[in-house]
Design a protein around this ligand. Structure first.
Ligand SMILES: Nc1nc2c(ncn2[C@@H]2O[C@H](COP(=O)(O)OP(=O)(O)OP(=O)(O)O)[C@@H](O)[C@H]2O)c(=O)[nH]1
Ligand SMILES: [Mg+2]
Length: 214
């Protein structure tokens, strides 16, 4: 009887686990974001910003939400480390791409990398959120400006490329994705918008799981 009740209790209180990868250029603020998420959701606070060093490899963090555990994988963004990102694509349930909205000089590099992320078939149907970080900075572009900048960059890229038919089809998929792209403004440093971003991820992983179940 005890085992039966224990099993029932475990069944009723079980939590499903989802993996979210956090990627973006070096210095975009991914680790600062992860540590802020830990501080906001866990009893043990994350590292303060002045203790965070550039990531060589990965950092992880878990938070518990109603009937759900979100496992975050913050992957190093330096050029030489980006080649490991693809190893995480098959098993992730959502992607957060962080862009430094205050660093205008590196925006096009950020879009180049973002575009190559979008071209990966493994994450084609995976919820993807673009986070315009450092909204606390006076130099920061707003969410609308960031979206506009990306669309313009993408337009320029298409115009300058001589595109083969296969690429055209692939671009078409990407265009659809861009049209429905969700962009949110956050300040990983101050925590502004971070709960809204986590809510978005929580809802989207739940929804995509339901679609898989059907
Ligand atoms: N003003 C401001 N600075 C931020 C914010 N988020 C991160 N930073 C700063 O940006 C710098 C880089 O932050 P990290 O979190 O280490 O960046 P990262 O994306 O993890 O970089 P890699 O680990 O190299 O890929 C640090 O000096 C942070 O304090 C933010 O929201 N606002
Ligand atoms: Mg980092």
């Amino acid at each position: 009887m005890y085992h039966l009740l224990k099993g029932l209790h475990e069944y009723l209180t079980r939590k499903e686990e989802f993996s979210v990868i956090i990627i973006g250029l070096d210095g975009a603020g991914k680790t600062t974001l992860l540590e802020k998420i830990k501080t906001l959701y866990n009893d043990t606070p994350g590292l303060p910003a002045d203790k965070i060093a550039p990531t060589v490899g990965q950092n992880t963090g878990k938070i518990t939400l109603p009937s759900t555990i979100l496992q975050f994988w913050d992957l190093g963004g330096q050029k030489g480390i980006r080649s490991i990102w693809h190893r995480y694509y098959d098993d992730c349930h959502a992607v957060a791409y962080v862009i430094d909205a205050s660093d205008r000089e590196r925006l096009s590099e950020g879009w180049e990398v973002f575009d190559s992320v979008l071209s990966n078939r493994q994450i084609l149907g995976v919820p993807l959120l673009l986070l315009a970080n450092k909204q606390d900075s006076p130099d920061s572009l707003s969410v609308e400006e960031i979206r506009h900048d990306y669309e313009e960059w993408h337009q320029r890229k298409q115009e300058s490329a001589r595109i083969r038919y296969a690429e055209e089809m692939e671009m078409e998929g990407r265009r659809e994705r861009i049209a429905s792209l969700d962009v949110m403004g956050v300040s990983a440093l101050e925590g502004t918008g971070v709960r809204e971003a986590v809510d978005w991820l929580f809802i989207r992983v739940q929804n995509s799981r339901r679609r898989e179940d059907q």
